[in-house]
Design a protein around this ligand. Structure first.
Ligand code: PHE
Length: 344
């Protein structure tokens, strides 16, 4: 039996010395497992004459320990060798690194232009009540201009105590004017970016959810010419220094007078092309002088203070800036589309 044990030991030494990391596990099972030759010899110990039992028993145990130790040392040595093969000087694997969404990029650029004029950025609430979204903005309950805004109402149970009217997803960022003006006193110059919701069917230029940036200022002696100056500066900073603006008289219940603003087509420079549908101008925002009733609804004396306000669609501006012809591209998360903005 002694000889058999020595033979096993010799074999183990040879095989473990030559083993690779992947083979160590099976060698462990082969030499030390429940069905190993050593285990079988241990079972046969009782057949031996009593005088030999302790001697052979000890030999088996020692052999087991030696093999165990060798396996451990070998596995340590292999791990170390592998570590040494690690080459610190190899160039790193390229990491896929995300980039900002084009709408974020454009919104941040717009914010930057106005921050440079002293505007501060505030956030409104995406869930609004009818008072902020309509009534305080001089849009009474039965006013027809509610129709195109009539939007997503929330369930009754969600009403908070301080809520006035039903809760809904805001249809524009203008309710943020009310929130700011009821909480801060003029002079004010504030920019409010955020999501808005409208019951519009989705197509290449419409979405039930899109982004707006609201801007407004309240001060003494503010005039329409201040508004024009601020918007001309914005258009020329965001597009080109040659960009022209056209103010068309319009109507919003919360501004008086009101205007819609077009920029000279940045594609054809006003000559007429498919983007501007041949007329040389592109509509980009709505604006006007804040209606005295809106100031009054916020407890601001409209005899002492005047204000102007404007609201623009971020998607619209981003589409013009980047030459994007389908609004849906902003929302469907196609990597190929989004990756193009890495460089901006
Ligand atoms: N809230 C208006 C809209 O969503 C835009 C606007 C904002 C007009 C501020 C005038 C002043 O269409």
């Amino acid at each position: 039996m002694e000889e058999e044990i020595l033979k096993i030991k010799k074999e183990a030494v040879q095989q473990i010395t030559a083993a690779t990391a992947a083979e160590l596990e099976s060698l462990h099972i082969k030499f030390l497992g429940r069905k190993s030759l050593l285990a079988q010899l241990t079972a046969r110990l009782r057949e031996l004459p009593p005088a030999q039992k302790p001697l052979i028993g000890r030999l088996i145990n020692e052999t087991k320990r030696t093999i165990e130790q060798m396996l451990e040392e070998k596995s340590g040595a292999l791990a170390k060798a592998e570590g040494e093969e690690f080459d610190l000087t190899l160039p790193a694997l390229p990491q896929a690194c995300g980039s900002l969404h084009p709408l974020t990029l454009v919104a941040e650029e717009i914010e930057e232009v106005f921050k440079n004029l002293g505007f501060v950025v505030a956030e409104g609430d995406e869930i609004e009540d009818e008072d902020h979204n309509f009534s305080a903005l001089n849009i009474p309950l039965e006013h027809p201009s509610r129709d195109m805004f009539d939007t997503f109402y929330l369930e009754e149970g969600l009403h908070k105590k301080e809520t006035q009217g039903r809760l809904l997803l805001r249809s524009h960022t203008s309710p943020a004017q009310i929130r700011v003006m009821r909480n801060l006193r003029p002079p004010l110059a504030v920019l409010v970016p955020g999501r808005v919701y409208r019951p519009d069917a989705v197509d290449a230029t419409h979405s039930f959810m899109f982004h707006q940036i609201e801007g407004f200022a309240v001060d003494r002696d503010l005039r329409f010419s201040d508004l024009k100056g601020v918007l001309i500066n914005f258009a020329r900073k965001l597009f080109t220094a040659e960009t022209q603006l056209r103010f068309r008289p319009s109507f919003f219940p919360f501004t008086e007078p009101s205007a819609e603003v077009d920029i000279s087509c940045i594609i054809c420079k006003g000559k007429g092309c498919t983007v501007c549908k041949g007329n040389g101008w592109l509509e980009v925002l709505g604006c006007g002088m804040i209606h005295p009733r809106v100031l009054q609804a916020c407890g601001i004396d409209s005899k002492k203070w005047q204000g102007y306000a404007f609201g623009m669609g971020v998607e619209r501006i981003a589409m013009l800036k980047f030459g994007i012809d389908d609004i849906r591209l902003f929302y469907n998360n196609h990597k190929k589309f989004l990756e193009q903005f890495n460089a901006f």
